[in-house]
Design a protein around this ligand. Structure first.
Ligand SMILES: [Zn+2]
Ligand SMILES: [Zn+2]
Length: 345
């Protein structure tokens, strides 16, 4: 039997605008569900895939979208725990082996057999329908609207997982960059009880940072302000992808402090001696495992962490992408299919 006729938005070649693409979905495998997509967040990783920055991860026509919300519209014969019509989400990956050392630890994101949602020819959520392994499909808490839930599936879980593993109440936490990742990181850190310093070279974002929960704002373009937070922070999460004065950032850490990268700036050089002097650590953030996604959704739902979202109809996805490329989105872009409600459902 032929599969459903799917309409997606795809980049035909590197750096091109998206165009509609129609294809027949493959037969539904026993553990898969079909999802009727209602919302899909846009992430900077989607831009890298559209532009072909990650080599053979992009396969054209490239269908992006890995912050997907929709309703289960068909169930494979062996699917358990999900029902038709249920509202669900899909994040960065769509499948893993579930038997390797990383999967058994709940760190499926490091599975050597990981299949990402929209790389290497897999077609993501910028479409009216998609298939996904049911074990990588997550129920959405009823108190979260779909447009709020979508960005939590990649941006949210990335920063929440990093913060949860390394911070605790009362800790002095710095968040570099108030953008798609940073505005969520400030909220998560504040709701975890940390004392949050927002660090940004855009002083006009101070009001937003404080509204999001920051106790203090430091203008990174002002050396005097930077010096005022020397040796003041236990943990700094870098969420921006632009370069900055890393020496000044490292100076802000207290002994045994940690600098964690969730954004992807250009290559960075550090003075090891000055890091050694304070026994500092450098680490990175990843998207987290399946339980991390569930925990992120639960924490956001119960502690009222809400992405600040700008939304566009799916047919205006190129407009949304242009805004994202220009850094004009405040602070996550979500496209929606048709005339869907954005209220909790
Ligand atoms: Zn992403
Ligand atoms: Zn595995």
């Amino acid at each position: 039997m032929n599969g459903r006729l799917v309409t997606a938005w795809a980049a035909a070649q590197s750096k091109r605008e998206l165009m509609t693409l129609s294809y027949r979905s493959p037969p539904l495998r026993p553990m898969d569900v079909e999802i009727q997509v209602t919302h899909c967040g846009l992430c900077s990783s989607d831009l890298h895939l559209i532009d072909g920055h990650w080599g053979d991860a992009s396969v054209y026509p490239q269908v992006c979208g890995h912050e997907v919300i929709g309703h289960v519209s068909a169930l494979g014969e062996n699917v358990a725990g999900l029902s038709l019509g249920q509202r669900v989400g899909v994040g960065w990956y769509r499948s893993a082996c579930l038997g390797c050392e990383f999967c058994l630890r709940g760190e499926e994101q490091h599975c050597p057999c990981l299949i990402a949602t929209c790389t290497h020819g897999e077609r993501g959520g910028l479409a009216d329908y998609m298939h996904c392994d049911s074990r990588f499909v997550f129920p959405i808490p009823t108190t979260l609207s779909s447009e709020h839930a979508a960005p939590l599936l990649c941006a949210g879980v990335t920063v929440y997982t990093a913060l949860r593993r390394a911070t605790w109440p009362g800790m002095a936490v710095g968040i570099v960059g108030i953008g798609g990742l940073g505005h969520l990181a400030v909220q998560f850190a504040a709701k975890r009880g940390c004392r949050v310093t927002a660090l940004s070279s855009s002083p006009h974002k101070e009001r937003d940072a404080r509204t999001l929960g920051a106790n203090r704002f430091v203008d990174l373009s002002n050396p005097v302000e930077c010096k005022q937070v020397r040796n003041a922070l236990d943990y700094i999460l870098v969420t921006s992808s632009v370069t900055c004065d890393w020496t000044a950032i490292v100076d802000m850490l207290r002994p045994f402090g940690t600098l964690c990268f969730a954004g992807m700036p250009p290559p960075v050089t550090f003075d090891i001696a000055s890091m050694m002097y304070k026994t500092l650590s450098i680490t990175t953030a990843n998207v987290g495992g399946r339980q991390d996604i569930l925990d992120t959704l639960d924490f956001a739902a119960t502690r009222e962490v809400r992405p600040w979202v700008q939304s566009w109809p799916m047919e205006d996805v190129n407009q949304a992408i242009r805004q994202l490329r220009n850094g004009r989105v405040r602070y996550r872009a979500v496209v929606h299919v048709g005339d869907v409600q954005s209220q909790p459902q």
